[in-house]
Write a protein that binds this ligand. Structure first.
Ligand SMILES: Nc1ncnc2c1ncn2[C@@H]1O[C@H](COP(=O)(O)OP(=O)(O)OP(=O)(O)O)[C@@H](O)[C@H]1O
Length: 301
């Protein structure tokens, strides 16, 4: 378990991360979203023990990460720009990782050659494309068998086939040995596919942090055609309507509450049309955050 407690990181008098508290459970995948400059990379680097917090702390299984080299060996941070030593191949980088990370698993490294077969073992990494370099850094990271993998927009630059491959590898590690993953991305669909918890950052602050299932269960998109316009007024007194759009006689409503409660209230008026529609994570964020007083639309892609 990772506990982030009232974390603040200041650069040149500006708070890049401002009083963020968050718990990431072992074996979960946490997705971090936010606009450019929101503080995601700074938060991730502080969690990884690369930056020292100005206030607050980060604990891995109760141990402060920055002060414990042993904790840092249990986690891997993959930056959005992969970094390798000059003139090295993946084989040579593997020698370095083997020396650095006590959990390095040579057999896993060999197995993963199949998954990352586009990367030649002896070719200099700096000559590979950006996407291939990202693949190489994921290959090395997974071979270290880390307890925590922190990924700063790593999947965004991969082609669709490799994206699926990497997601499957991560799911497998989470299921088999409770790997904890923290991933930042601008791609909401990616986060929705992968993560069980999500958070949105803006101007250094964590605006919202919730379990995806809770978010999905908290509000619903319903299409309704009432028999009598007065019925609509009646339900708005009984349910919390966050948003409404009308097309002809059919209205699409975003309503807070459980689907059972919403169904019970609306069905009592026997509408002509009553359909519960799926909501995307983007819609959920827009309405949830709008309800909390934030215009979140510009923060999301
Ligand atoms: N090393 C640094 N020195 C000074 N300021 C920094 C440094 N790193 C980040 N910042 C500032 O901290 C703020 C947050 O930056 P950060 O890179 O954490 O945002 P981000 O959410 O990852 O953005 P993006 O989505 O664009 O990658 C920005 O205002 C940035 O200019």
């Amino acid at each position: 378990m990772i506990e982030i407690k009232q974390l603040t990181k200041i650069f040149e008098g500006e708070r890049a991360v401002d009083d963020v508290s968050l718990t990431v459970h072992k074996g979960s995948i946490f997705g971090l979203l936010g606009s450019n400059g929101a503080g995601k990379t700074t938060l991730l680097k502080t969690v990884a023990g690369i930056y020292r917090a100005d206030r607050g702390q980060v604990l891995l299984e109760g141990q402060p990460i920055y002060e414990h080299p042993g904790s840092k060996q249990r986690m891997i941070f993959l930056a959005d720009q992969p970094y390798f030593f000059a003139q090295t191949s993946i084989k040579q980088m593997a020698v370095f990782y083997r020396a650095m990370y006590p959990n390095w698993d040579e057999q896993r490294f060999q197995q993963l050659a199949q998954a990352f077969k586009t990367i030649p073992l002896k070719r200099k990494l700096h000559r590979l494309s950006k996407g291939m370099q990202r693949q190489a850094s994921l290959w090395l990271a997974l071979s270290c068998k880390p307890d925590v993998l922190i990924l700063d927009e790593p999947i965004d630059g991969l082609d669709p086939v490799m994206r699926r491959q990497v997601k499957n590898l991560l799911f497998q590690e989470v299921a088999d040995r409770e790997l904890t993953v923290i991933i930042s991305s601008h791609n909401l669909r990616e986060i929705e596919d992968m993560c069980d918890h999500v958070g949105i950052m803006h101007q250094g602050r964590l605006l919202i942090e919730k379990e995806l299932d809770d978010l999905k269960a908290a509000s619903h998109k319903i299409q309704i055609a009432f028999r009598d316009p007065r019925h609509e007024q009646a339900i708005s007194g009984l349910l919390e309507i966050l948003h409404k759009e009308e097309r002809g006689s059919v209205g699409t409503y975003i309503i807070k509450g459980t689907v059972e409660r919403i169904t019970e209230v609306i069905q009592a008026y026997q509408p002509y049309v009553f359909d519960v529609l799926p909501m995307t994570l983007e819609e959920i964020f827009i309405y949830e955050m709008g309800d909390a007083g934030y215009d979140v639309q510009p923060l999301l892609l």
